[in-house]
Design a binder for this molecule. Structure first.
Ligand code: HEC
Ligand code: HEC
Length: 162
């Protein structure tokens, strides 16, 4: 219940971010209050990816399949899962809180790095840069965007490690 109340409070704050979204990417709208479970559970193996990086449909598909999570088992108890799902959908890139299920045979993209937006943002970054030892993979946003977990991807603050 307390969480719901904070979501409602956060929605008022999100309503004021339309200006920031004109420069999509620089700063993804982050709710003023983030789910603590999201931060700890989804930030334990990799950075906690901000919800604005994927549409609601993608988060839903990902949360439906946590026991087979990119080769890992990331399953959670039901309550925690529900809280995190609600947070992700609520602040997703399209704010789709009731996403449609996949059509038969349809594959919903669940990797941020597989989205068209990600390719657009990194048009000028050569593929081998993402493979550098100091970077690891394209999914390791923090290697180049220090404020990634806070939703800050300002291109003027990017630093590519050697
Ligand atoms: C047990 C470890 C573990 C936990 C816990 C975990 N993940 Fe992951 N996650 C992974 C692994 C492993 C990958 C794949 C990494 C790779 O291939 O680069 C991944 C990849 C991802 C990706 C795709 C990144 C990309 O664009 O390539 C997303 C999105 C993601 N996780 C979200 C979540 C969310 C949301 C949670 C919490 C519900 C979560 N993860 C919890 C291990 C975990
Ligand atoms: C190897 C370093 C590197 C990694 C890793 C990386 N990026 Fe970037 N990113 C860049 C660079 C460099 C730019 C600026 C590109 C340009 O100016 O054309 C950029 C731009 C962006 C932008 C657009 C910023 C703006 O102001 O328009 C977003 C959003 C973004 N990245 C998100 C991500 C996310 C999300 C991840 C992880 C899933 C990620 N990046 C991983 C280097 C990286």
């Amino acid at each position: 219940m307390r969480y719901l109340a904070s979501l409602i409070a956060a929605s008022l704050l999100l309503a004021g971010t339309s200006h920031a979204e004109e420069h999509e990417g620089r700063r993804l709208a982050m709710p003023a209050k983030v789910s603590a479970a999201w931060k700890t559970e989804c930030g334990s193996c990799h950075m906690a990816y901000p919800p604005g990086l994927l549409p609601g449909r993608s988060w839903n598909a990902l949360m439906d399949n946590l026991s087979h999570h990119f080769g890992s088992n990331a399953s959670l108890d039901k309550g925690t899962e529900a809280e995190i799902r609600q947070f992700l959908l609520y602040a997703s890139s399209d704010r789709d809180t009731r996403p449609a299920k996949a059509a038969p045979g349809e594959r919903i993209v669940t990797r941020i790095t597989d989205t068209a937006r990600f390719a657009d943002w990194h048009e000028e970054v050569r593929a081998d840069v993402f493979r550098r030892q100091s970077v690891g993979s394209a999914a390791n946003c923090m290697a180049c965007h220090r404020g990634a977990e806070q939703g800050n991807f300002d291109e003027h603050q990017v630093r590519i490690p050697r």
